[in-house]
Design a protein around this ligand. Structure first.
Ligand code: NAD
Length: 494
């Protein structure tokens, strides 16, 4: 393929999956086209692994498990440090692939790649301090030990919005705890994962990390495979339901990082300039294709017009730009033309027959690429579809409230509970409201920052389990109690 056309230094069509440390490229079968959303050009086509591909990858990981789980933590940590170094060494190629595949501005893609290397290092460190909490006699004559054992083969199913970052969130704790992983990237954006698999083959034993491609059929095959011990999904809430249902057939563990619809609760004493600056990133970074994107703005009725006007002015000033030619752009295209159509559909339906008003954006651009301007819609009601459903695009909906009680009820009045922010200079009120919101992360006077040391995940239908932090590595383990009787076996009794 012409690389001037793909704009990447690696030809994406030459990338393959990795199984057992070798390139994986099944002959025949269905293939999925991978398209650059900025240029609408074909980048590559990748195989749908399906049941047959999954069987081969899982068998390889089963074969590798016994050896990997018996490695001492220091050796697992060393391997993960080497993987982090390889990612940094190939950061530019990975960033180019990510930018071409997802439509991310190149600068944002570079930052994501470097950030992902840090996740492998963090979990490499944790591998060496993971242990049970008790060793002692809790029955006479019996010494108890608690061990943390890996689960076995973990199927990691990733989304398209932050392919490298969220893959690191999923596989670093799994590998650090001694599990083997079969990674299935999103069929929309598989390219960086294919290169990651190739890099991992240089530093990990064969089969410890296998990478196969495909969509829902391949995801389902992983969920029902009897030798997969855990499915770790980052994806939409409907996908979470499908994964949980399929995993139930063999009672697999499920770890679900799902959709969100994060509220931004603004009180009269909020610092407006700070709010606007935070929403520029919190709502529109990555094209709003972010599970914690600031998408529901709740403003007290008295201040609604002032806040809406300021946010709309900020949104209107953001210019979507070609992600490759403008590495520092605030916004590139959305991930695909289909997704842009879906995002725009929410705006169109909101405007049909209600008091809703578009204050910025809201139009489909003509020309090449899945570009969509930052959009602000006001005059909405809590029950409107655009307020209730996850859009996953650069769209803020504004709803006004009467009092603190109503603001909390509205913030909690959706099926999601992933992120939220509270804006007030009164610390009593900020704490009262933050602890009343049912969400995995609540920011006070900011929206969006995460830290690898802190847990990340959802309440309600935003998922189960936590990524990042010590909690993520613990979730990738089984607890084992070893009870050692010294002397007469009857002495301890039951
Ligand atoms: P998606 O649910 O369409 O796909 C996610 C992954 O699941 C893909 O690899 C896909 O092929 C696979 N999949 C789809 N159907 C499946 C099935 N029936 N069985 C098994 N696997 C299946 O999500 P997406 O469009 O790639 O990503 C956007 C969604 O991800 C949004 O809802 C977003 O909020 C969510 N997300 C959540 C987090 C979080 O940490 N909570 C982070 C990023 C994205």
């Amino acid at each position: 393929m012409d690389q001037a056309q793909t704009r990447t230094s690696i030809d994406p069509s030459t990338l393959r999956g990795t199984v057992d440390g070798r390139p994986w490229d099944p002959e025949g079968g269905e293939r999925i086209e991978v398209v650059n959303p900025a240029t609408e050009q074909l980048l590559a086509s990748v195989p749908e692994a399906g049941e047959a591909g999954v069987a081969v990858a899982v068998a390889s990981s089963v074969g590798a498990f016994e050896g990997w789980r018996r490695t001492v933590p220091k050796d697992r940590a060393t391997a993960l440090f080497a993987l982090a170094a390889a990612i940094e060494e190939h950061a530019e190629e990975l960033a180019e692939l990510e930018s071409a595949d997802v439509g991310k501005p190149l600068g944002a893609a570079r930052a994501e790649i470097v950030g992902s290397a840090d996740k492998y290092r963090f979990f490499a460190g944790l591998a060496r301090s993971l242990g049970g909490v008790a060793a002692g006699e809790y029955k006479p004559g019996i010494t108890s030990l608690i061990r943390r054992e890996p689960i076995g083969v973990v199927a990691a199913i990733a989304p398209w919005n932050y392919p490298m970052a969220l893959t690191a969130w999923k596989i670093a704790p799994a590998l650090a705890a001694g599990n083997c992983v079969v990674l299935k990237p999103s069929p929309e954006t598989p390219l960086s994962a294919l290169l990651l698999g190739r890099l991992a083959a240089e530093v990990l034993p064969p089969g410890v990390l296998n990478v196969v491609t495909g969509g829902a059929p391949t995801g389902q095959a992983l969920c029902v495979h009897p030798d997969v011990g855990m499915v770790s999904l980052t994806g939409g809430t409907p996908t979470g339901r499908a994964v949980m249902a399929a995993a139930a057939s063999s009672l697999k563990r499920v770890h679900l990082e799902l959709g969100g619809k994060s509220p931004v609760v603004v009180f009269d004493d909020a610092d407006l300039e700070r709010l606007v600056n935070a929403l520029r990133v919190g709502a529109f970074w990555n094209g709003g294709q972010d599970c914690t994107a600031a998408s529901r703005l709740y403003v007290s009725r008295g201040r609604a017009e002032e806040v809406t006007a300021a946010v709309a002015e900020m949104a209107a000033a953001i210019e979507p730009q070609d992600p490759f030619e403008n590495p520092g752009a605030a916004l590139g295209p959305l991930v695909s033309l289909d997704h842009r159509g879906r995002v725009h559909g929410f705006v169109e339906r909101a405007l049909a027959g209600s008091d809703a008003e578009v204050r910025a954006g809201g139009e489909l651009s003509s020309g090449t690429g899945a570009y969509y301007r930052p959009t602000v819609v006001s005059g909405l009601k809590q029950e409107d579809e655009i307020v209730q459903r996850e859009i996953f695009g650069p769209v803020i909906s504004v709803v006004s409230y009467e009092d603190e009680h109503e603001a909390i009820a509205m913030a909690n009045g959706v099926e999601y509970g992933l992120g939220a922010s509270v804006w007030s200079s009164n610390i009593d009120r900020a704490m009262r409201v933050a602890t009343s919101i049912r969400a995995g992360t609540v920011w006070v006077n900011d929206h969006g920052p995460t830290a690898v040391e802190m847990p990340f995940g959802g309440f309600k239908q935003s998922g189960q389990g936590r990524d990042l932090s010590i909690y993520a590595i613990e979730e990738h383990t089984e607890l084992q109690h070893i009870a050692i009787t010294v002397g007469d076996p009857g002495a301890g009794k039951r």
